[in-house]
Design a protein around this ligand. Sequence first.
Ligand SMILES: Cc1cc2nc3c(=O)[nH]c(=O)nc-3n(C[C@H](O)[C@H](O)[C@H](O)COP(=O)(O)OP(=O)(O)OC[C@H]3O[C@@H](n4cnc5c(N)ncnc54)[C@H](O)[C@@H]3O)c2cc1C
Length: 441
Amino acid sequence: MTRADLLRKVLWAAIYLLFILAPLLALLTGTLPPSRDFWTEFSVALGYTGLAMMGLQFGLTARFRYVTDPWGEDVIYHFHRRVSLLAVSLVVVHPAILLATGSDKMAPPASLAEVPMGAVFAVLSLGALLLLVVMALWRTRLKISYELWHATHILLALAAVGGGLLHMVGWGFYLADPAKRALWIGMALFWIALLAYVRIVKPLFMLRRPYRIAEVRAERGDTTTLVMRPEGHAGFRFRPGQFRWLTLWGSPFKITGHPFSFSSTAEAPDGRVEMTIRNLGDFTAGIAKVPVGRRVYLDGPYGAFTIGNPADMHVLIAGGIGITPMMSMIRTLADRGDKRPLVLLYGSRDWESVTFREELESLKARLALTVVHVLSEPPPGWTGEQGRITADVFRRHLPPPHAEHEYFICGPDVMMDAIEAALGEMKVPLAKYHSERYSFV
Ligand SMILES: Cc1cc2nc3c(=O)[nH]c(=O)nc-3n(C[C@H](O)[C@H](O)[C@H](O)COP(=O)(O)OP(=O)(O)OC[C@H]3O[C@@H](n4cnc5c(N)ncnc54)[C@H](O)[C@@H]3O)c2cc1C
């Protein structure tokens, strides 16, 4: 990690804390309402903090490259999930404390007509939040399609945050002061602006910079490469290992793009980019039939998974379709005439399904590249590595000292977990390994 990246991390973390804590502290300045008992005040503070955290979630998923670059999108999404759980806990504990301490705010009203609007919005907000968490945690178990889940997730988030704000304003205890009310309304407008940026401004940019499918190429392993050329613009620069969100069918305003790494060189002179996609579900099943000439949209590039210090040996560890970012790195280094030592440990099911097998062989002539195939179902007579990529495979193929190489890992989660554990056992420092998880959403 560079010094600039570290500074950016510290800066964004400080801004994040400021956005969460400043509105809470501002409530304690100026004219104060009469003080109440400790538990009431404490529960209210939890409610305000939970709401501020929930509102900022729109910022975490807005994919601001300047913010996400030092960490990588997967880390940001991981943080988004963890913070959601914390924010939801705070919001749930807020009424629970009032209930447990017998606050008169929780006393049942004499009739439905007397239920204050603030309470109605609180119930709406809490209900939306709990549903949102259940759907996020158990999406696959509940067999909810990604697309349906994504649309519902946004609507529930809006209902939760909107309901929470109306609850606060409706109750009005701290927000009776117009300046404080203006502060919270300003924050709400900021959150809405973040959402508008993602759903309106970004798609408008994408609309102005479309791509055309120039070629659809079948690859080994039920996999297809889409070659895309910029239409009416020069394209963009990316770092090998990065990815973009692809909108293939329909306009960029469509809610769900799909993330794919670039598999092509970052040095293409005409702005051409390639994505290599394995048939793994309903969207990816249609890739082989994409018509040449189709207009598509790309959002990005994103990601911190990219090659670094040229002096060190680079060990690329790929499982299955996790080969795509590695291929971009290898092709780019070949085009740059970069002779750093490279070892590719590449796990596949069988020999016939090894995507890019022939090209990898020919690229050896242009690079200091060693390719080690590890097959889980090797053909008869196979003398190479078989089974899984383990610490033993590292020891057999990587020259010591192992802790000094740079490791790049991309593949199925189980494989990545096992490799990260093996690198830990081999005392490889955390800063030396880099990973991209395809399951981060
Ligand atoms: C950073 C990144 C880079 C990737 N690069 C590649 C690549 O180079 N080649 C490749 O073949 N695959 C890549 N993937 C995986 C690819 O995005 C998914 O396989 C694909 O979106 C699945 O879509 P589906 O509808 O065919 O499958 P489904 O069976 O519908 O979905 C399978 C799983 O994929 C995820 N998924 C589905 N739709 C989306 C979406 N719109 N956005 C995010 N996640 C979704 C969900 O976790 C879902 O449970 C990458 C993923 C990530 C996160």
